[in-house]
Design a protein around this ligand. Structure first.
Ligand code: CA
Length: 227
């Protein structure tokens, strides 16, 4: 599980990172709201821990912009102030939970576990994009009357593309999310799986293509007529 920590108090941020890594979470830390939003928009994280009082952009603004960009990653807001008004503002902006500093590590971990379960609760059974339907429990991809079974990595690559249909997904993101940080997979592994998927789209007669944006990454596109 990957956690993004956005917290400008460096010592607190590092302490949080350490607590999380001891629990086998992968933690990444940034110290201001602008960077926090950029990182959060990558769609790479399973949970975001977000301080409210941040330089450049407040936690409220970050979560509001994140939700406006249709990114649903669960957000746990942190604040030094124990005020009901803050809590309401935070939840109104689209945060999922709220914690007042200082807090015990056990409380943080309990809330993270609850948030990751909550994310599990809203997992959809299917993802769709322009007549293409990916079943998330059987790994089958359907278009009209035809369907094909996807291998695990094909499935993970396509799931990432279909979950973020407006976003360009970089090769680095795909490598991190699908192959993991420990892997020695390279760009050409990603290219190979994208090409397998394109062949399956073609077999299905789908008009969907995986567009390549040179040196940047991939995005799903609804192509023109195929004749
Ligand atoms: Ca702060």
């Amino acid at each position: 599980m990957r956690v993004l920590i956005v917290e400008d108090e460096v010592r607190l941020a590092e302490a949080l990172g350490q607590i999380l890594e001891e629990q086998k979470y992968q933690a990444e830390i940034v110290h201001d709201g602008e960077l926090g939003l950029d990182y959060a928009k990558s769609g790479l994280y399973d949970i975001i821990i977000l301080d409210v009082m941040l330089p450049k952009k407040s936690g409220f603004e970050v979560v509001r912009e994140l939700r406006a960009a249709k990114i649903a990653t669960p957000v746990l807001l942190l604040t030094a102030r124990d005020e009901v008004a803050d809590k309401v503002t935070g939840l109104d902006c689209g945060a999922d939970d709220y914690m007042t500093k200082p807090f015990a590590p056990e409380e943080l971990l309990a809330r993270l576990r609850a948030l990751s379960r909550r994310q599990g609760d809203v997992v959809l059974e299917e993802l769709t994009f322009a007549y293409l339907t990916l079943n998330l429990s059987t790994y089958s991809l359907r278009c009209g009357a035809k369907s094909v079974h996807l291998g695990f990595k094909e499935f993970e690559v396509l799931k990432l593309l279909m979950t973020n249909p407006q976003m360009i997904i970089s090769k680095e993101t795909l490598l991190l999310k699908v192959w993991g940080t420990e892997s020695d997979a390279e760009d050409n592994n990603v290219e190979a799986y994208v090409s397998f998927l394109r062949k399956k789209f073609f077999y299905l007669g789908s008009r969907v293509t995986i567009g390549t944006l040179r040196k940047v990454g991939y995005r799903l596109e609804e192509g023109g007529s195929r004749t």
